[in-house]
Design a binder for this molecule. Sequence first.
Ligand code: KIV
Ligand code: NA
Length: 263
Amino acid sequence: TKPLTITDLQSMKQRGEKISCLTAYDASFSALLDKAGIDILLVGDSLGMVIQGQSTTVPTSIEDMVYHAACVVRGRQRAFVIADMPFMSYAGKEQAAENAARLMQTGGVQMVKLEGPKIELIEFLSENGVPVCGHLGLLPQSINRLGGYKIQGRERSAADQMIADACRLEKAGAALLVLECVPAILAEEIARQLTIPVIGIGAGADCDGQVLVLYDILDIGIAKRPRFSKNFMQDASSIEMAIKNFHEAVKQGTFPSEEHSFQ
Ligand code: KIV
Ligand code: NA
């Protein structure tokens, strides 16, 4: 089997098939997730928290990202693999190009993700053949500026700004968008306006796909599980079954329910 391509993900959106995504950091879980049919494996900079025990994603380095990306890529056969550009690895164009190249050439990933409406940067990377996934809403790398992990886009002006940013991002060449911690109705509006797939986390059921942190759904996280996430081990007798149940729940649109969304 060949890995899924961006074209495959695009046609999933077009035919209304939900996209399942989980974070992965090593080859063993990568293979397991792949076997369960998970469409996208995200090598998240959340690895700084769940693997390394840091309290935020700010200390995660590009070296760490490249190492874990390579592990995940070795473990999968079918899944599409995305890696996060970590904090301060894309402050300038040249630096971003260099680090995206490391993730793609040494890490072997198919796409890089970066936080915020970095329109010119996304245009620059896309023009140079780097597929980019945007990330709007709650931006964990900016946690020290935000002062806390809270829902984004509640006020009308912030919601309008997010819609505008999402459109600019798509125009700039972003091929995918992650929306984190936003009201379900706002995420639905953005997913409807964009032609690229929108993957939600704490963004309601009307996104084109769903992503969660693997260790949260397996109930092995160090930190408290966020309200929008769910312990899939509760009704499963094995890790494989928990992952399969997440995958099916996303495909059938039964996750997230209201309880795991923001109104
Ligand atoms: O780093 C991460 O795990 C992420 C997802 C939760 C979207 O960026
Ligand atoms: Na991340």
